[in-house]
Design a protein around this ligand. Structure first.
Ligand code: CTP
Length: 408
């Protein structure tokens, strides 16, 4: 294969589970093929696999941290990664799958990150067994593979050839290019099913900061990068929704299958949002500027202009305006950025703005808020439900939030 085929846009998250056989070294090439084709790749390994290929190799090639144990070394860290990874993936490939791992998968064991993820993953599973010939043809292994197939797991037959034991027989891991091709076919199938649970729904997301002009060159704004909102938009598109993203100024790329509307000021954002007031689900993530200069000037203010006093007035609250006129079948979600009395303030915003859900986060908490790749949020529903999510990457947080939203 000279030119790696492209991934389908709607399904390109590959989770690779590597178990401990000599063929594990071939997964470095497999990861490389996926990355070259534009996939996002994450790797989990069994503890034994790391004796055949290092987590450093697969971590470097995949550009992501590699997970082995369910419980992090730092015991106070999050131990729910297996759930997040399982939700994240579009396809979970176990290659090589040793006789031991095949047996564990067939029996639902969960003694390592790899086996635990196999129980939480909602995506298709491709198992590529590789082992010595006698292990491969043993009745126990055959039965385990049959059990997996009967559950809808895709199993690639091992290839015939020379084995690490010196014997010749069936048990070799198929070439990375063959696994890659099989995976692409499965992803294409998944993408064509893409419609997903939100097909036919229109989702409106606001993201990023807004800017309020002081004069033609200066403005009032905040530190929002827009990442959380863009991830929410991406997750909604992945569920097959028609997504409109109303975005303040950011340096981010528009996610696939998302219609982006660029705005600058709060007033611009309000106008754009009102153009899409027919959305079924509205998620306002933007860090809207709460104040705007009362009298912006059209000429640049000179520094020689003795003392500058800036009088600010409140901007329109887009979320509250939307909430005041929200239809019965619309689902409205807001974010609350709170440094103090988080729960109390978020609950009061939830009521005041007529929301169905509010997502609380604290910019002062390590790994949460503006400019970090991660976030730690609490979801609060209008019925009083409170869901504390662990600290996760923002794409995982967005997936988890959408999981919790009830469709109208
Ligand atoms: N929001 C909005 N329009 C505004 C201000 C906020 O749509 N003018 C939305 C945000 O997108 C977010 C929610 O309201 O979904 C809460 O924003 P936040 O800044 O936490 O709260 P505020 O309502 O601005 O109140 P305060 O700054 O006093 O906490």
């Amino acid at each position: 294969m000279n030119q790696p085929q492209a991934m389908p846009a709607a399904a390109r998250r590959i989770l690779l589970g590597v178990s401990g056989g000599i063929a594990a070294y071939k997964t470095a090439e497999l990861v490389r093929l996926f990355k070259k084709a534009g996939a996002e790749v994450r790797v989990v390994m069994t503890p034994d696999a790391s004796r055949f290929v290092t987590p450093l190799t697969l971590g470097t090639l995949s550009e992501n941290e590699v997970f082995i144990e369910i419980f992090p070394e730092n015991e106070s860290g999050s131990w729910t990664k297996h759930v997040a990874l399982g939700l994240w993936a579009d396809l979970f490939i176990v290659a090589p799958a040793t006789a031991q791992t095949v047996s564990k998968l067939a029996n639902g064991a969960c003694d390592s990150m790899l086996t635990a993820v196999a129980l939480t993953a909602r995506c298709p599973l491709l198992v590529c067994p590789a082992m010595d010939h006698d292990m491969y043809i043993h009745a126990a292994t055959k039965q385990n593979l049959e059990t997996l197939k009967s559950r809808g797991v895709h199993v690639m037959d091992a290839e015939h050839g020379s084995l690490a034991s010196g014997l010749i027989g069936q048990g070799r891991l198929p070439a990375p290019a063959s696994i890659f091709e099989r995976a692409l076919a499965m992803l294409a199938e998944r993408a064509s099913e893409r419609p997903g649970p939100w097909k036919g729904k229109k989702v409106l997301v606001t993201a990023g900061p807004t800017r309020e002009a002081i004069d033609p060159v200066r403005y009032v704004s905040n530190h929002s990068t827009g990442t959380m909102g863009y991830e929410i938009a991406r997750s909604a598109a992945r569920r097959g929704a028609d997504v409109v993203l109303v975005s303040g100024p950011t340096a981010l790329q528009t996610p696939e299958h998302v219609r982006r509307v660029d705005v600058v000021s709060t007033k611009n954002m309000y106008d754009a949002v009102m153009q899409h007031r027919d959305a079924d689900i509205v998620i306002m993530v933007a860090a809207v500027a709460d104040f705007t200069p009362a009298s912006p000037t059209t000429s640049k203010i000179k520094k020689t202009d003795a003392s500058l006093e800036l009088r600010l007035e409140p901007t329109i609250d887009i979320l509250a305006s939307f909430g005041a006129q929200k239809g019965e079948n619309q689902l409205l979600v807001g974010f609350a950025l709170e440094t103090d009395n988080g729960l109390e303030n978020a609950q009061s915003k939830l009521k005041r703005k007529h929301l169905d859900w509010i997502v609380l986060n604290n910019p002062n908490e390590a790994g949460a808020g503006f400019g970090t790749g991660t976030n730690r949020v609490t979801l609060i529903g209008k019925d009083g439900t409170t869901v504390d999510l662990p600290k996760m990457s923002k794409d995982e947080v967005s997936e988890a939030i959408l999981e919790h939203l009830e469709l109208p």
